[in-house]
Design a protein around this ligand. Structure first.
Ligand code: ADP
Length: 330
């Protein structure tokens, strides 16, 4: 029998990704290959909450991996209402929430509005010995330690992006320079090629600035010294084996290089690719987990999980489309 089954976990947390709620009829994705269940996504959130509340060991916190409401809300003028609806449900749950931002957050709200909103969960408990918990400026990146010896780092995968940046800004211009190097299409949401990693250079993706990478590097250095186990969260995946290339972060390779230079990282959790994915990095044995998205999950199924953390592993108990997984620490 799995040894961890007999032990009490050190802590547990819930995971859910790409809820993309909108009060509109079901419809297909852009390529007409997958059905999206916009209203039913709220029911699947309720299923997750019921399960987390009823679980023998209730989660200490919930990780919402981004795209909490769909971009169609912006078109319909229902962004605030839709956000209220989902957050009302999630806030009624058993644990504090940590929100990651995805492209749909930026379709609905400006970066400054997001920083002032309930989707900014950076003001959470942390130990001051670690320096500032948040990166600062208008980048949404922070870290927290739920239990001594463990740390979670929330990254902003749209720090370098055409989304959420004023067209007149330097950041917008430099993101445009990057995408134009690889994508010659008039519609920058259309991938530049049909196969290969270059597909990632679309407007619905983004990347991490030098400032953010430097900040991550220093957070991980301190975590290495303290021999902590770090889990990194981002809307966009950064390992090519954990996702379809069309969903990868623009500068995934730079994030991987930072992760690979630190001993503290044990896991990287992302959303965005609604089909999900998983791989264990060959070089470091760090787990790269991409969660199946709620929005493309049929109403009779589910897409959420609960993770129990032990001293040597994390055990993911998935529901519906999310598979169980045992993530041994490297
Ligand atoms: N192949 C494509 N060509 C042009 N536009 C696209 C393509 N794929 C997606 N889009 C557009 O990009 C935006 C984001 O796509 P969407 O599928 O909603 O992203 P997500 O997977 O995050 O839900 C939408 O406006 C969508 O219409």
């Amino acid at each position: 029998m799995d040894e961890s089954a007999e032990q009490t976990p050190l802590f547990t947390f819930g995971v859910i990704a790409d809820i993309q709620y909108a009060d509109i009829d079901d419809g297909y994705n852009y390529n007409q290959t997958r059905m999206r269940y916009y209203r039913s996504s709220l029911k699947l959130v309720r299923n997750a909450l019921d399960s987390w509340s009823e679980s023998a060991v209730k989660p200490d916190f919930i990780l919402q991996l981004g795209d909490i409401i769909d971009g169609f809300n912006k078109r319909d003028g229902t962004s605030e209402e839709a956000l209220d609806t989902v957050l009302r449900e999630l806030s009624s749950g058993p644990a504090e929430l940590h929100h990651v931002w995805g492209n749909h957050e930026l379709y609905n709200f400006s970066r400054s509005a997001l920083l002032r909103s309930r989707l900014n969960s950076s003001a959470v408990r942390d130990d001051s010995s670690f320096g500032a918990a948040r990166l600062g400026s208008d980048v949404y990146a922070y870290h927290f330690s739920p239990v001594p010896g463990f740390r979670f780092v929330v990254l902003d995968a749209y720090d370098v992006s055409l989304l959420g940046r004023e067209e007149s800004s330097e950041q917008y211009r430099s993101a445009m320079d990057i995408i134009k190097q690889y994508n010659a299409n008039e519609d920058l949401n259309c991938p530049p090629v049909y196969v290969g990693l270059q597909q990632r250079f679309t407007m619905f993706n983004g990347g991490f600035s030098k400032d953010q990478l430097g900040w991550l590097d220093s957070v991980l250095s301190t975590a290495d010294e303290k021999q902590e186990r770090v889990t990194i969260l981002s809307h966009l995946p950064v390992h090519p084996c954990s996702t379809t290339p069309i969903c990868l972060a623009w500068n995934y390779d730079e994030v991987l290089a930072v992760i690979r230079s630190h001993s503290s990282v044990v896991c990287f959790i992302a959303g965005h690719d609604h089909d999900g994915g998983y791989c264990c990095d060959k070089e470091t044995a760090v787990h790269h987990l991409t969660l199946e998205g709620v929005i493309e999950t049929p109403p009779n199924s589910n897409a959420f999980g609960i993770v129990s953390v032990y001293k040597d592993r994390m055990v993911l108990k998935g529901s519906g489309r999310i598979m169980d997984n045992v993530l041994l620490f490297p």
